[in-house]
Design a protein around this ligand. Structure first.
Ligand code: SAJ
Length: 412
C-alpha cells in the first residue's frame, strides 16, 4: 500500500524539513505543531527556523497545497514524530513531548497505520511509545502486544542530519530503521524510500535507538579528546593546532578540533541518555561529557588572566552561536562564556555575531554591546575567538598583532 497522506508531528528543525521534502515527492503532508505561530507561519508559506533553502521548498509545497500545518492531528496513513527529547535536571531523559505526541495522535489512529518515532531517544522509548498508544486506544492491537499482524505498526528511525546541511543530508544520508517487529521496520522502510536516496537499513528498535546515541557519543568522546589535549598542550606551552596537524599525518590518526566546549542540543545531550541507561558501565562516555562541559570554565580563566594585564580591559568576543556559520545560540558554549564575562564586569565587553541582529534576552540588559567586526578590532585590547565563522577567518594578522589573543578555535 502506498502512502497518500503522511502526518509529521513537531515542525521544528527536523520535522519541518522532513515534511517539506515528503510533500515535494507528491505526498499529501499534514504538519502538526503545538505552536500557533509556527502553524500560521508555515501556512503562509514561510519558515520560523533558519536552514539554507528551507524557505524555498516550504513556499513551493504550501503553494501547491501538498503541505498544510495544523494544531490538531488528522487521520493519515503514517505518523512521523519529531518532537524534542531533552533531559531533566539530573540528566535523565525527558520523554514528556513523546507522551504528548502519543496523546495527540491516538484519537485519529486507524487500523493499518504506521507510527515512526524520529526523535533521538533512549533505549526502550519506541516500545514505551507503543505502550502509551495501546493504553490510549485499547480497541487496537500494537506490536509490543502481538508480534503477528498488529493493527498499528511502530518503528524508530532516528534523524541524523547536520544543522546547516539538513535538506541535502535528509535525502543523501543512509537511514537506520528499527521496527518493533520486522514487518514494522519493512513498512517504515517503504515510507523512507519515497524520499531517501541513501540506503535504508532495517534492524530492531532498540538497536536503532542506541545506534543514534552512539553516533553522537562517538563524536562527543572524540571532541573531548581534542579538548583535553588542548589543555595539556597549553600547560606544556605547545601549540595544539600544530600538534594535531602533525599527529593527523599518521594514516590512522584523525583528531577532531578543540573548541570552547560542545554546544547544540544533540551532542551535548544524547550521551547522557547512554549514561542514564548504563550508569556503571558508561565511564568513558560520562567522562567525555564532563571534560567538554568543563571547557568553557577553562576559557573563562584564560580571559580573566588576559584581562588582568590591562588597567582598562576592552574584551571583544567573536561569535555567540554554538558552531560556525549558523544563527543558533541555543546551548552555545560561546554564549555561556559571554554571559559569564558580562556578569563579572571584567571590563568593557564587545561581541561580534554576524548571524544575528540583536543580542539574545539572556544578554540584553547586561553591559555588553553587539558591534561589527571592524569596531571590535579597532577598540579591543583582548580578543577572544569563540566561533570559527567565515568572516573571522579573513582577519589580517596585522590587525590582531598588538592584542592579547585567546583563540579557542585555531582561527589564526
Ligand atoms: N565541535 C568541536 N570540535 C569538532 C566538531 C564539533 O568543538 O571537531 C563542536 C561544535 O562547535 C558544536 C558541537 O561540537 O558546538 C556540535 O557540533 P557538530 O557539528 O559536531 O554536531 P551537531 O550538534 O550540529 O549535529 C550532530 C551531528 N551528529 C554527528 O555528526 C555524529 C548530526 O549528524 C546529528 O543529526 C545531530 O547531531 C543530531 O540532531 O543529533
Amino acid at each position: 500500500m502506498t502512502f497518500k497522506r503522511v502526518s509529521v508531528i513537531g515542525l521544528g528543525y527536523i520535522g519541518l524539513p522532513t515534511a517539506a521534502v515528503l510533500a515535494s515527492r507528491g505526498i499529501e503532508v499534514i504538519g502538526v505543531d503545538v505552536t500557533t505561530r509556527a502553524v500560521e507561519t508555515i501556512n503562509r508559506g514561510e519558515v520560523h527556523i533558519v536552514e539554507p533553502d528551507l524557505d524555498i521548498i516550504v513556499q513551493a509545497v504550501v503553494t501547491t497545497g501538498k503541505l498544510r500545518a495544523t494544531l490538531e492531528p488528522e487521520a493519515a496513513d503514517a505518523f512521523m514524530i519529531a518532537v524534542p527529547t531533552p533531559f531533566k535536571e539530573d540528566h535523565v531523559p525527558d520523554l514528556g513531548y513523546i507522551r504528548q505526541a502519543a496523546e495527540a495522535i491516538a484519537p485519529v489512529l486507524v487500523k493499518g497505520n504506521l507510527v515512526v518515532l524520529e526523535s533521538t531517544s533512549p533505549v526502550g522509548a519506541t516500545e514505551q511509545l507503543s505502550a502509551w498508544l495501546a493504553e490510549l486506544r485499547p480497541d487496537l492491537r500494537f506490536p509490543h502486544q502481538v508480534k503477528d499482524k498488529p493493527d498499528i505498526q511502530v518503528a524508530h528511525c532516528p534523524e541524523r542530519v547536520l544543522p546547516g546541511h539538513v535538506l541535502q543530508e535528509l535525502v543523501a544520508n543512509d537511514r537506520v530503521i528499527g521496527g518493533l517487529t520486522e514487518a514494522c521496520a519493512e513498512r517504515a522502510r517503504e515510507l523512507y524510500q519515497t524520499f531517501v536516496r541513501g540506503e535504508c537499513i532495517t534492524t530492531d528498535a532498540r538497536t536503532a535507538e542506541l545506534c543514534k546515541l552512539t553516533e553522537n557519543a562517538f563524536r562527543d568522546v572524540n571532541i573531548a579528546f581534542a579538548n583535553e589535549l588542548s589543555i595539556i598542550a597549553d600547560k606544556q606551552r605547545i601549540n595544539v593546532w600544530e600538534l594535531i596537524a602533525l599527529a593527523n599525518r599518521h594514516p590512522r590518526v584523525n583528531i577532531l578540533n578543540p573548541g570552547p566546549g560542545v554546544g547544540g542540543h544533540c551532542i551535548a545531550v544524547d550521551p547522557w541518555f547512554i549514561v542514564a541507561g548504563a550508569p556503571e558501565e558508561a565511564r568513558l562516555i560520562h567522562t567525555a561529557r564532563l571534560v567538554n562541559d568543563a571547557k568553557p570554565r577553562y576559557v573563562l580563566d584564560k580571559v580573566r588572566a588576559a584581562a588582568d594585564q590591562f588597567k582598562r580591559p576592552v574584551i571583544a568576543c567573536l561569535g555567540l552561536a554554538f558552531k560556525a556559520d549558523i544563527d543558533d545560540l541555543r546551548e552555545s558554549p560561546a554564549r555561556a562564556i559571554v554571559e559569564a564575562l558580562a556578569q563579572e564586569r571584567l571590563g568593557e565587553l564587545l561581541v561580534v555575531e554576524p548571524n544575528i541582529r540583536e543580542l539574545p534576552p539572556s544578554l540584553a540588559g547586561l553591559e555588553v554591546q553587539l558591534v561589527d567586526l571592524d569596531t571590535a578590532l579597532e577598540r579591543c585590547n583582548t580578543l577572544v575567538a569563540l566561533v570559527d565563522h567565515k568572516p573571522f577567518k579573513h582577519i589580517p594578522l596585522s590587525r590582531i598583532a598588538s592584542k592579547v589573543v585567546i583563540d579557542t578555535r585555531g582561527l589564526w
